[in-house]
Ligand binder design. Structure first.
Ligand SMILES: Cc1ncc(C[n+]2csc(CCOP(=O)(O)OP(=O)(O)O)c2C)c(N)n1
Ligand SMILES: [Mg+2]
Length: 278
């Protein structure tokens, strides 16, 4: 029987701090990777995996009834890996092999190599379509699992995301939840400068989705959003999460446009870990 892991609040907060710590240390050790991308999604993934939402069993990673999580913004791999290690899919020590030749912890998630990874992503724009495939398969096979997909706000400029939104809305895929990590920045600039998305919630709703906008760093709001999503049956649900790129580390938060894909320099790590409190 698959049960979600449900940690009490104080434990959840500590888990989030450990995940932030692992994101910072693994990327600095690797000398590359995307800590700021990963830090913006920590509360969302913490609640999803440890706050009573996702049903999974690391000892049976391919259980047919498991809920699926697809990280469409695959460059957030260090965040996903920290969560999967915490969940027990592989030892935490393996995080120190991030991006090393031969390691299953590749720069972007590889579903053929690492248990717990549901889709190989990194080429942006594809994850929601993959999630639709799982959601349709559940319907066809009579399974009760739910599918969660996280997409970036810069990634949302891609046409395939909007094709997927249109299709899922038309099909009324109630077992599909999109989380849009709206951290305001893409690779080199603010999303609002490159391709404004607003009115984002109205647009998604116009495609037949139920949608709400939350503070993606409030554990309360993230928990409430996931229980709302689970209660909607007739339409796919979108959680637009307003977040901060690099959340928790002042160096990254100060100039988010400058830190995409850059690890924290070794001499700044101690201060970053102090700020995180882990
Ligand atoms: C198809 C494709 N085009 C370009 C890239 C290069 N790329 C990697 S991350 C990124 C920016 C993504 O921004 P966003 O979706 O907002 O993610 P964030 O890091 O802010 O969470 C780009 C353009 C890619 N990985 N895939
Ligand atoms: Mg972004």
């Amino acid at each position: 029987m698959l049960e979600p892991r449900t940690e009490p609040r104080a434990q959840l907060e500590a888990t989030a701090r450990r995940i932030r710590r692992d994101i910072v240390t693994s990327t600095t050790r690797a000398g590359s990777g995307h800590p700021s991308t990963s830090l913006s999604m920590v509360e969302i993934l913490t609640v999803l995996y440890f706050g009573g939402v996702l049903r999974y069993d690391p000892s049976e990673p391919h259980h047919p009834e498991r809920d699926r999580f697809i990280l469409s913004k695959g460059h957030g791999a260090p965040g996903l890996y920290a969560v999967l290690a915490e969940a027990g899919y592989f030892p935490t020590e393996d995080l120190s092999t991030l991006r090393q030749l031969g390691s299953a912890l590749e720069g972007h998630p590889n579903m053929c190599r690492l248990p717990g990874v549901e889709a190989s992503t990194g080429s942006l724009g594809q994850g929601l379509s993959m999630g639709i495939g799982h959601a349709l398969a559940a319907r066809l096979d009579g399974h009760s699992y739910r599918v969660y997909v996280m997409v970036g706000d810069g990634e949302s400029e891609q046409g395939q995301v909007w094709e997927a939104l249109m299709y899922a809305g038309n099909r009324g895929l109630g077992n599909l939840t999109l989380i849009l990590d709206r951290n305001g920045y893409q690779q080199t600039a603010a999303v609002a400068e490159v391709q404004p998305l607003d009115p984002l919630q109205d647009k998604i709703e116009a495609f037949g989705w139920s949608a709400r906008t939350i503070d993606g760093h409030s554990l309360d709001e993230v928990e409430a959003a996931f229980s709302w999503a689970q209660s909607v049956q007739e339409a796919p649900q979108a959680i637009i999460a307003n977040t901060v790129k690099g959340k928790g580390v002042s160096l990254l938060e100060a100039t988010p446009g400058k830190w995409h894909g850059k690890p924290i320099p070794p001499d700044e790590v101690e201060k970053a870990l102090e700020e995180i409190g882990a």
